[in-house]
Each structure stands twice: as structure tokens, then as C-alpha cells.
Design a protein around this ligand. Sequence first.
Ligand code: SAM
Length: 248
Amino acid sequence: MTETVDPFWKYDEDACQCNEFTRATYARIYPVIADQILERTGITKGACLDVGSGPALLAMALALLSDLRVTALDSSPGMYELARKNIRDRCMEDLVVPVIGDVHAIPAADAAFSLVVSRGSFHSWEDLPAAFLEISRVLRPSGMAYIGGGYGSARIRDEVLADRREREFVGDPAYPPRPRFPKFSVREIEASLEVAGISDYRIISDDSGFWIIIRKNEEQKNRHGPALGKETDPENLPQFHDGFFFSQ
Ligand code: SAM
């Protein structure tokens, strides 16, 4: 495992600050990532679970861009409250339901979901094989999972980083760079998937971010088969103006 440095580590500790941060600088990434998820998995309807959903911005984007009904699961009560408020503020209670829970013991029945997504959370999970096993358990046969992190495109990533600098988060002695969390290596991820009995998956590492795309298909033995979605050019995806969710 390697240590990475993220000067914004502090924001993850405080749900309110995290919410402000995502609303101020991140809002534009969620519709882009949601669109990539829908395109790459081909799953656009049914029940979806967002694990480690935080303020539920990705969950809301998915629900707005598809016919999915989304459960937004987070282990943090503070995040749950913020998700509840964000969902209520957008009158999306029928589309997105926030739930407190841990990925290691997902409070849902077997095969409950067609799609499981997770952004920016898996590096915090304590037991990666157990988490993958739980995700596999709640996926229906042929259901898919899209787990990882990123900003959707290089252009958006650069804009977000520039915005961070403009807001003087970078270099502010009040927010010194600190080790954020140990990142799992690809080898560790693949070993964890194997322990969880997941053999049908593809790993993408490109300008859209780092994503593990899993299909629950016990008969599929080919780990990196081209059948798992298709590559997309993030720059050709629909663009959304800043404040897509929070324009007022
Ligand atoms: N997915 C959101 C986003 O992209 O805006 C939030 C990402 S935030 C960096 C990571 C989230 O994962 C936090 O809200 C945290 O509470 C949640 N989390 C961490 N470990 C978790 C676990 N074991 N089970 C469920 N949620 C977890």
C-alpha cells in the first residue's frame, strides 16, 4: 500500500465542511460521473445502491439521469443528515432514500440491487474482500457494480484543483497536507476480488478516474473481457454548467 497526500483530508472529518466543499467545487462532477456509470454499465432502471454516498450528490445525479431508484448508504450519521437535507431540498424523496449503514454489513436483502455504485469511499473500507462480498451479495445476477474515484474528466479535475487553489485551501497553514489514507494497490484490489469470488470485472484507470466495474455473473470467467461496457470519451459526454444542483 502507498500513502497519498491530500491537503483536503480535513474536510472528510467534518460532514458540514465536506458538504460545503462538494457543493462549492465538486457539484459539476456528479452528473458527468453518473452519465459515465449509466453508459458503461448499461443499467438505467431498477434499484441502485450508492455505498459511502456522503451528501448524496452522485445518488441524486443518477436518479435524475435515469429511471433508477437510489438508496444512499453511508456509515456516518452526519452524512446521513446532510444527504436527507439535500434530497429534501430537491424534492427527491421518492427517488433517493438515505440510509445509515456499513458496507461490511449492508442492510439489504440478497440480490436487492441491479446496480451498486461507490465514489471516493473504498479506500476507507477496513476489509476490502468482505466489502466486495457484501456488494456481490446484494447484487442481482447480471447486476453490476461501479466502484472507485475520480472527477469524470481531466478538464474537470484540473478545474476543481484550480478552484481549490483559488480558494486558498492549498498552502494554507491551517490545512497542512496530511496523509489521507492508505490506497489499495491494483494487486490488493484484484486479490480482494478473488477472495470475494468475483471473477468478472474490469479496471479502468484513465482521465475519468480509477474505477472497478464488476458484473455478477457466475458463469463469466473472463476477467477483462471486452463485454463489460464500452470505453467512453468523457469530453464527448453531455456537459453540465456549474451549480447543476445548487444554482440558487
Ligand atoms: N461518495 C460521496 C461523493 O463522492 O461525494 C462521498 C465520498 S466521501 C470522500 C467518503 C464517504 O464514505 C464518507 O461519507 C464516509 O462516511 C463513507 N464511508 C467510509 N467508510 C464507509 C463504510 N465502511 N461504509 C459506508 N460508508 C463509508
